[in-house]
Design a binder for this molecule. Structure first.
Ligand code: PEP
Ligand code: MG
Length: 749
């Protein structure tokens, strides 16, 4: 007799009693298979569990030969049971023997059975076993029965997990695991996992009252839809480009009737509303995980996010971990997060960040860099692989993290962290020492900044001012376009903090990889070479005008230095300067206090400008060489793409000749040139640049110590003599070039 709708709920209630028993695991498994066989009126019910990565073991049976328990094993993919495990999908066969995967296992005595139903036992979307029922007759099981079996499989999985005796091999591995992603912000950290969005533990699986659970599910779905609609309506995001697409897709899934009906079905089998959400989430995850298709992977993310949201709605939890006190040495793990969300965390105990998405130029990476938090991105499925409190090592120099690290790994990283701390101490001792070479040549060493926190880092690092203030960062972390007054107040605070030290403000460099969520973006084939920086500023001068006005207002009798990004032709500089001059005239006319002095410069980061320096330099006070973009365009090699970003030798004759030409031309025009790209922040590269004649570097705050140490160990005259005729290294990757240069400069690596 097939199972009635009353059947699964009675079965679940009985299962609950068995689970509450204090009996040992085997006894309970035996009782469970017996109960299922009786309730479903089947001749056989068996439970197979993974005994290792690729093997399933028969662990309990009602109906098969009892002596085969713990003896019969199948490989994943072998036989019908292996097929269910391989595809993480139920298999329902009225005539099992005609299936191509059918294998006959004589020791089990299963030859008598015709029909077969197997459902995967899932934990966190990973298959940990298979639950099977078989019958002697040709019997087609109906959908409701398959649903009921899936629900029973879920309850079984929870029982096994609660005992802690069984965990999926791939999920929450207890043993050490090494996961590879991409380094976003360098550094090392050892600590314990804190989930940014804590996973909701579903505590009660089996419904007391089905009607109540239906209403709870409906109310949860209603609330979820409302929250997604609300998100789309808020002023902050309603004008977004890509952002809006993401939310629209969300809305589409948040209204997916197929998803709802699967959850309703699960409630009908006797689960609570949250257990139903989790069961369907597990099914979807099991089917989509490992899909190579990017579209399907994205859909999985959408469903995961929505399911987690719905779970939080159902259990009344809406907060992220930032609301809680962080444990010591917290390593935050998130699918992704916004920059403001990261700033919500108390800094003191936060040691590292690991995210499933992200690029080096993502907003959250920029903030993480400013805060000095080692960050790894693009670790596939990390959110589902870890649990709160798990031990983790973050090597953001290599982009690798170690879960449950072995004592050897821990020892080696502890050593490296100690070494780093010793170095930091040495650098700290240099803080008050001037950046002067052994032959008494003064080098100007400033920092790159963009957030308030960078400004205090500058003070602590012992640098002499800010050589590049990336004003767009403030725009990027704001929920909406900062108003003129807000900009004035911010620049004024920055100038107050910097005090007597010099600071160079770069006008907003947006576009390309630096998107503002509240500005509609157009799709461009090559955004880095598209409508960005000064190009936007000149086409939409209102934005630049307001920013310049804010900077002039903030300066109030102080020195002010402004530069423009991505200048490709002299006329662009002149047009921008014209806007600045008009704003200055306006300020003077209004009787407001003008800056004590004003210097205006251009970023040199587009190769075409190098061949216009003789025309350009007479019009400006200084240039700042942005090597990040300059080399990207020089080699046509995307700076943000890990496949090509490190491909070319920055020390080969061509780029060195270009840099030398810049240094010589600026010297001839008596115009200072600062290096402000990452190139100048690495001691060996910085050394090469000093050898070519540059004497001003603006580097990330963490580079000040290492670069200053290099400067103080240098005989500049000798170095410049050596660099007069550098050998024509032509190698295919920058690591080799680095070694060649080190050898040439007689530096030990
Ligand atoms: C550069 O391009 O080198 C630079 C300093 O600017 P950004 O990195 O902000 O593009
Ligand atoms: Mg740049």
């Amino acid at each position: 007799m097939p199972l009635t709708m009353e059947g699964p709920r009675v079965l679940l209630r009985r299962l609950r009693q068995v689970m509450a028993d204090r009996a040992d695991r085997q006894t309970r498994l035996d009782k469970i298979v017996e109960l299922i066989a009786t309730s479903m009126n089947t001749a056989v019910c068996s439970v197979y569990l993974k005994s290792n990565e690729d093997t399933l073991e028969l662990c309990a049976t009602e109906g098969l030969n009892p002596s085969s328990v713990h003896k019969t094993t199948l490989k994943i993919g072998q036989g019908l049971v292996g097929d269910v495990a391989l595809h993480a999908r139920p298999l329902n066969l009225a005539e099992a023997k005609s299936h191509p995967r059918f294998v006959y296992l004589p020791e089990t005595g299963e030859e008598a059975f015709q029909s077969f139903v197997g459902v995967p036992i899932l934990s966190g979307g990973t298959v940990i076993g298979v639950l099977v029922v078989q019958n002697t007759s040709h019997r087609s099981f109906v959908d409701e029965e398959i649903e009921a079996l899936q629900t029973v499989a879920m309850v079984l999985s929870e029982m096994l997990a609660a005992e802690g005796q069984f965990r999926a091999v791939d999920e929450n591995p207890q043993g050490p695991a090494r996961l590879v992603g991409y380094p976003l912000t360098e550094g090392l950290a050892i600590g314990q996992v804190v989930m940014h969005e804590p996973r909701v533990a579903v505590e009660s699986l089996i419904a007391e009252d089905m009607d109540v659970e239906f209403s709870r599910l409906e109310a949860g779905i209603y609330e979820l839809r409302r929250a997604v609609d609300e998100m789309l309506r808020t002023e902050d995001v309603s004008h977004a480009g890509d952002h809006l697409d993401v939310l629209e897709t969300y809305r589409m899934f948040a209204n997916d009737e197929g998803w709802f009906s699967r959850m309703r079905e699960a409630v009908r089998t006797g689960l609570t509303a949250e257990a139903a959400v989790e069961r369907v989430q597990n099914d979807i995850r099991a089917r989509l995980t490992g899909q190579r298709d990017v579209y399907l992977q994205e859909r999985l993310h959408d469903f995961e996010d929505l399911s987690n949201r719905l779970l939080r709605v159902l259990v009344g939890k809406t907060l992220t971990a930032s609301a809680e006190k962080l444990p010591k040495n917290a390593i935050l793990v998130a699918r992704n997060m916004g920059p403001a969300e990261l700033l919500d965390y108390e800094r003191q105990n936060l040691r590292g960040l690991v995210i499933e998405e992200g690029t080096a130029s993502a907003h959250v990476s920029i903030v993480a860099r400013a805060l000095g938090i080692p960050t790894i991105g693009r670790i596939v499925n990390i959110v589902n692989l870890v649990t709160d409190g798990q031990s983790i090592v973050v090597d953001a120099d290599l982009g690798v993290c170690f879960l449950n690290p072995s004592s050897e790994v821990l020892d080696s990283y502890n050593e490296r962290i100690k070494l780093m701390a010793r170095r930091q101490k040495q650098y700290a001792r240099l803080r008050k020492q001037p950046a002067v070479t052994r032959d008494h040549k003064k080098i100007n060493l400033a920092v790159n900044a963009g957030l308030m926190v960078d400004v205090s880092n500058m003070k602590d690092s012992g640098a002499e001012g800010i050589g590049l203030f990336r004003t767009e960062l403030q725009f990027m972390i704001s929920a909406k376009l900062p108003k003129a007054k807000e900009q004035t107040a911010f620049y004024s605070r920055v100038m107050d903090m910097v005090g007597d030290q010099p600071i160079i403000f770069r006008t907003v460099d947006i576009g390309g990889d630096k998107m503002l969520p509240y500005m509609r973006q157009m799709q461009e084939e090559n955004p880095a070479m598209g409508w960005r920086a000064i190009r936007i500023a000149l086409d939409r001068p209102g934005l630049l005008r307001i920013q310049i006005r804010a900077l002039l207002n903030a300066a109030q009798g102080r020195d002010l230095q402004i530069m423009f990004p991505m200048i490709a032709v002299v006329d662009e500089f002149l047009a921008a300067r014209d806007i600045l001059d008009k704003e200055l005239a306006r300020l003077n006319k209004s009787g407001q206090t003008a800056p004590k002095s004003l210097k205006v410069g251009a970023m040199l980061e587009v190769p075409s400008l190098i061949w216009q320096l003789d025309d350009l330099l007479p019009h400006l006070d200084f240039v700042s060489v942005g090597t990040n973009d300059l080399f990207q365009f020089f080699f046509a090699s995307d700076r943000g793409n890990p496949r090509v970003g490190e491909r070319y030798d920055l020390f080969s004759s061509a780029p060195l000749a270009m840099m030398k030409h810049i240094a010589d031309t600026c010297k001839r025009h008596h115009k200072p040139a600062t290096i402000c790209g990452e190139y100048g922040g690495r001691p060996l590269e910085a050394m090469a640049l000093l050898g070519l004649g540059f004497s001003k570097l603006s580097v990330p705050p963490t580079s000040v110590g290492p670069v200053k140490r290099m400067i103080r160990s240098l005989n500049l005259e000798k170095l410049q003599g050596l660099m007069k005729n550098p050998p024509p290294h032509i190698t295919l990757n920058s690591r080799k070039g680095f070694e060649n240069l080190a050898e040439f400069l007689r530096v030990k690596l």
